[in-house]
Design a protein around this ligand. Sequence first.
Ligand code: BEZ
Length: 224
Amino acid sequence: MTGAGIPFNIGDVFPNFTAQTTFGPIDFHKWISGTWAVLFSHPADYTPVCTTEMVRLVKLLPEFVTRDCKVIALSIDSVESHKGWIEDILKVAEKPSLDFPVIADESREIAYKLNMLDKDELGKDGIPLTCRAVYIIDDRQKLRASICYPATTGRNFDEILRVIDSLQLTDKHSVATPADWKDGDACMVLPTVKQEDVAKLFPAGVEVIPVPSGKTYLRKTPQP
Ligand code: BEZ
């Protein structure tokens, strides 16, 4: 089972699915229920990089909660296997509980549907494992960002929080966040903002960076 399942892209309503999880069965859309959510897929339980990622997620969960963002993980093993693996994760994380569900996708049905299979990474059964997909979904169930890593590259969770910060900020204000932006840094005024509206929209001021073309598209403003 490889290739693409349902075609979906940024801006589309994220495909719904039902799943068995460590918290019992879920209907994904009902589980999201009006908050942001991040779905993280993992190649397999009891593997080194996945374990470091799960430890990081357990420790970072309050940061996702602060952003009104639920977390859900997926791996291709059973609920029973997940429960055993979670004991290892909690021991390494030095935390008492793992407070987000982990989906059991033994048949890869969900991974296939959501385009998360990596044909270059095969499990013991010869079936492709899941890649390290990150799907960031907003409170209207729309896919807002997707990042995909191979099994051999662990994810950068600070980057994922940074993307959520950027999405939530730029939903509220007429700005975009520049390269390497972090919460609190200056932002760029959207190209669609007319010069006559700048003063009203950005009372903290706007700096226009001069460029040889003479165009005034590089407009910087303190983070609203
Ligand atoms: C890991 O999590 O360490 C891993 C899983 C599958 C393939 C390679 C690495």
